[in-house]
Design a protein around this ligand. Sequence first.
Ligand code: GCB
Length: 616
Amino acid sequence: MTDPLHRPYKQLETTPMLKPRPTPTRELINLDGLWRFGVDGSVGDAPWSSRLDTPLEAPVPASYNDLFTDSAIRDHVGWVWYQRTVRVPRGWDGQRVVLRVDAATHEGKVYVDDRLVAQHVGGYTPFEADLTDVVAAGQEFRLTIGVNNELTNETIPPGTITVSADGRRRQTYLHDFYNYAGLARSVWLYSTPPAYVQDVTVVTGLDGATGTVDYTVSTNVSAPVRVRALDDTGREVATADGTRGTLRIDDVTPWRPGKAYLYDLVVEVLDGEDVMDSYSQPFGVRTVEVRGTKFLINGEPFYFTGFGKHEDTPVRGKGHDPVYLVHDFQLTDWIGANSFRTSHYPYAEEVMDFADRHGIVVIDETAAVGLNLAVTGGLAGRVTQRTFSPETFNDKTQAAHAAAIRELVARDKNHPSVVMWCIANEPSSNEEGAREYFEPLVDLIRELDPTRPVTYAAVMFATFKNDLIADLFDVLSLNRYYGWYVATGDLATAETYLEGELRGWVERFGKPIIMAEYGADAMPGLHSVWDQPWTEEYQEDYLAMNHRVFDRNEAFVGEQVWNFADFQTSNGIHRVDGNRKGIFTRDRRPKAAAHALRRRWTGLNGRKPGGDERPA
Ligand code: GCB
């Protein structure tokens, strides 16, 4: 870091990120479907300035990489262009017109006809453009969205661009999952009245049988505000006036893991008796707290079971798909899991909403994966280049990371399913500079959300002896692969190593521990009578060994297997058509280990296996 006290993120403003919803005063149009598509260089110098000259069409939402048979598109580094025409409904005269892009990975530029109306960096959070002054009710406009997939040391996640001998630009990065890009989530056009609700924040508590709901509303005008809490039958259960205050809900039904219950907060901006704008924000009443080595939801100990996941399916890449959404949650339920981590980036809002409605607990992660140059030094963690330095990850990286944190919290703060923030995956937390880099970011997220615990997923090289940041966090999330990357094929030695390391973390930090990643690749159909890596039996035995160790450790509050399903990676000799640590294959068929996990997890209801904790 050039100057650790310099905190550039303090100047960054976060745009409110209320999810667009149809309400009595707002209309919403989905712009998904087939758009004209072209790669930069093949569609003219200013592709937005006329009809895109291309034979290609691409579906939105989807990553574009696996759609076409042309490797120049799959491996393209830089901008691609999406285009379609949009008609503004004629009834929207006098309304504010807003375009919302749920995700443009990793940078987006929006043009209405010839005009640039929005630009945004950060591939997994939404952004908006106010089109009121540039479009007209009843008229059509040409909508062009440029999407750039480049990763550098100033982006989150980071990466490096090099030029190969034949002049092609190549992208490398420090994470294994494939760098899918494009418009992987929906695009929307919506209306609001000229006076409108900008943002809503809800923080809930439990006071005996009464639920407390602290709310804060911001509006673009100074006008009276009324809020009403409705239960799931639409009955009004509490009401208040003003832009901030506390509602009390008697005989509240709390949101519980496995037993979701949602209320709606109807926020109205008033002009006398007239409602100028109305917005509905779902919320659940629940509390989260870390006490000693326990993780409490609604005051009761909770034990996480589940997975690190990816947004990854065949052909679609990271494209959001409601079919896989429903099926993945079904499999989560079938296997008895109660949680997942949004490794390694914020997931589509539809996923978060579904988790809210179905009582699945989420650890919500930023896209800060790969702040670790020791990993490129091989499995020994040999440092070939300092991770945190002016030439590598510096205060510009930190500013991008801060922006990612701000946007994640702004988008997901009202989800009851989100019980913890994870601000990075496997940073080089044992290296000089890590504390200067992370301390301001932990301060930032606590300032943005004082209610949720904060964690990071610690890499193997960061041990209880050398980690420099663990004390800043509430929960220790460890990624450990004893028996896979270390002591490969020797589960007895792996068990000793794991046991010893976990004891060390408990003794030094006295905080709750979650195994945020543990896993072994398995090729479906490969079997052996011996402890042979890559077989289905070995994956099962590897997990059983881990579970023995977890169950002996009183500070353990959860286990999330790496990974829910096999997923696509960049090319590399460690991977056979992707990462095969999935408990399900990429097309969601169970490997043998799935049945073993189901036997372990089913019926736990948030209790530790063999533990004496009450159900959460
Ligand atoms: C890790 C990473 C994860 C990888 C996994 C693996 O530690 O956090 O992104 O996919 O290891 O399988 O190597």
